[in-house]
Structure formats: C-alpha cells, structure tokens
Ligand binder design. Structure first.
Ligand SMILES: Nc1ncnc2c1ncn2[C@@H]1O[C@H](COP(=O)(O)OP(=O)(O)OP(=O)(O)O)[C@@H](O)[C@H]1O
Ligand SMILES: [Mg+2]
Length: 348
C-alpha cells in the first residue's frame, strides 16, 4: 500500500491563527478560521482583456518571452497566492467578500485540484491566478514574480463549452496561435498535430455541432495546450460529460500532463476525479469569506489509470478523509441556502 503522506502546505503552516486538530491514526489536517477580520478594500475589477470566445483563454503572447522568466524564478512556485482576499462590489448591495486569507502554492509540475461547495469561490481563485481579478488584499506571484496584469504564462480552460461554431475543429485550434503571429502553414501543422494528440485526427474538418461533448472538450484541450503555457488553469473542464467520457478525458489529460509536466490547478465538483488525477487536493470552505480548510497530499503512485486507481484501498482511505472535511462545508453551504448541488463522489 502506498505510504500515507498527509502534510500541511507551507502556506497553511505559515498562518499563525491556524488551529491544528488531531485526527484518527495521527492524520494531521489544519482547519483555518472561516472568517478574517481584515478590512474590506473597495477594489476589484474584471479586466477586459480576456478572450473567452472559445471557452479557453490563451494568456501569453509568447510564453518564451514572458516577463519574469529567468533563472531566479525557476525554483519559485509556479503560482503562489498569499493572504488573498477578494471582495465584489455590486451597486446597490453591500460588498460581498467571496474569499479571504487564501494561501496556496502550486509548484512547477504539480497537479493540484480544488474542491468545495458550489459558490465558495473556486472560479474566483482561478480568475485571480489568471490575472483577471485584482485581489482586494494579498498577493499573486507567478514563478516568484508579482502578477500585475494578465498571467501570460498560463492557459485557462473555462467551464463553458464555447467553440466558435463557424470554425472547424482545426480552425478553432489554429486560432489560438493567431496572437503569436505564427505563419498559417505552421499553425495548420501544429493544430493538426495537437488534434491528433487528443485523438481527433479524423475530425479536423468537423464543425463543433458535428462533435460529441467529449470531442469538443478535446478540441478545447488542444486549443489550450498548443500554446505551451507553463501553468494550466482548468475550471470544471469535464463537468457536463458522462462518467465514462470523464474517465477517458481524465486519462487523456494525465497522459498529456505527464509527458510535459505543467503546474496545473484543476477545479472540479467530483472528488473521485480530483483524487485520481492530482498530487494534492485542496478543500475550500463554504462562502461567503471562504478559505482553504484542508490540503491533502494524494499518496497514490503514478502513472495512474483513473478508473483502476479508484479500486485501490489507499484511494478509498483518502477519499473518506477528504470527504469528511468537504461534507461539513457542503452542509454549511446548504444550510445557508447556497448549496444547490451536491459534490459528486460523496457516496463512499
Ligand atoms: N462578478 C461578480 N460579482 C459579484 N459576485 C460575484 C462575482 N463573481 C462571483 N461572485 C460571487 O462570488 C462567490 C464565488 O463565486 P465563484 O464563481 O468563484 O464560485 P465557485 O466556487 O466557482 O462556484 P461553482 O462551483 O458553482 O462554479 C459566489 O457567491 C458568487 O455569486
Ligand atoms: Mg465556478
């Protein structure tokens, strides 16, 4: 059986107000205070420079020229969120503090899933890491450099499936290279190559309405990966797919990720998916003022087959432990009338 290796994150360990609880068999988990008394600051703005047309966002003009890339940043975490507060200001309503005191680091090559009740702020965290939201307080650092605009070293796959319906699969992928000024012949070659890598060699000329949901998600993956971002931000990318297709997509993602490991932050409602894919699973509390309540290292060996890994005893053990934390937050969200859907994978 794989070694059980629960640990606190560095970020969590740094928080003085953290309360350490002892769990059965000496498992250690850190519960953070649900609320912070930090003053709300009246600053948030959604930047307009996002490209959401395709359900993905390619943030970097040229990843190899990205600001901040240099020897000094190599060892720094790919993403470091420090003391992050995000408050939304809606005209005519009181400010809404979505998340507070978020400390999260993701290393280069690390696959981290974020789970939490609906509405707790998972997408908000991804938006902050992408540079689409300016935090009300705290810092976002990318490879050791403070993020001051769009995160040009990241690719963002949104939950929404929104390929351009008037473009073929090939053209939907090629369009990701347009901002980089890649000549058409080369863009064509690279897009065909990526579509082949995601298993769509025979579908390059299909329009989105001629593709299945899973195939459209593969096109979305190819769109994101063709630009070779160093950080991948994925927001429930397989959400609308059936269970079998999700597993196929999960294995495909692991296969692509393991060949050229990127830092990956993966938001999902499916706890089994989170465990089977990830190096770490981070649990967020119910909002408002949501925080990170637990951070688990997944003690499962790689390479993994995400269907088979679910049969392992170690999988069930960590699932039980994470669900114990998550269930509390899901129930809180329900009690506040905000939990309109249960987290999947809750049965065991
Ligand atoms: N632009 C905005 N203006 C005001 N409130 C917002 C805005 N964006 C998000 N919120 C609020 O912030 C909270 C967190 O939203 P977010 O989309 O990050 O949740 P989530 O965890 O991704 O939820 P889900 O799992 O349902 O996708 C929610 O209560 C939401 O209503
Ligand atoms: Mg969301």
């Amino acid at each position: 059986m794989a070694a059980r290796a629960y640990r606190r994150t560095r970020a969590v360990a740094q928080l003085p107000a953290a309360t350490k609880l002892r769990f059965p068999r000496q498992r250690r988990l850190t519960i953070l205070p649900a609320n912070s008394d930090q003053k709300e600051r009246p600053t948030w703005r959604m930047r307009e420079r996002r490209h959401r047309g395709n359900g993905f966002m390619a943030l970097q003009d040229n990843p190899h020229d990205a600001a901040g890339r240099g020897d000094a940043s190599v060892a720094a975490p790919a993403v470091a969120l420090g003391g992050l507060d995000i408050t939304f200001h809606i005209e005519g309503s009181p400010p809404y503090k979505a998340v507070t005191g978020i400390d999260l680091t993701v290393s280069a090559g690390e696959f981290v899933s974020v789970v939490g009740p609906t509405g707790c702020g998972k997408s908000t965290l991804l938006n902050a890491a992408a540079g689409l939201l300016t935090p009300s307080a705290g810092t976002v650092s990318i490879f050791g450099q403070p993020l001051t605009g769009l995160n040009r070293r990241a690719g963002y796959l949104f939950q929404a499936d929104a390929l351009m319906p008037w473009k073929t699969a090939l053209d939907n992928v090629k369009v990701a290279l347009e901002p980089m000024g890649v000549p058409d012949a080369e863009a064509d070659k690279r897009a065909r190559d990526w579509l082949a890598r995601v298993g769509l060699r025979a579908f390059v000329d299909r329009y989105p309405h001629m593709l299945s949901g899973g195939q459209r998600k593969r096109v979305g993956l190819a769109q994101m990966l063709i630009r070779d971002p160093e950080i991948l931000l994925m927001d429930e990318p397989f959400g609308p797919l059936d269970a079998q297709t999700r597993q196929i997509m999960g294995n495909l993602l692991l296969d692509l990720w393991s060949k050229d490991k990127k830092a990956l932050i993966f938001v999902t409602h499916d706890l089994e998916e989170a465990i089977s894919l990830s190096d770490r699973v981070v649990v967020m509390s119910a909002g408002p003022a949501a925080g990170i309540v637990a951070d688990y290292t997944v003690p499962l060996p790689r390479p993994r087959d995400i269907a088979e890994i679910r049969l392992e005893k170690a999988f069930h053990e960590i699932h039980r432990d994470i669900w114990a934390s998550l269930r509390v937050e899901v129930q809180k969200a329900y009690a506040m009338g905000d939990g309109r859907e249960l987290v999947e994978g809750a049965a065991s």
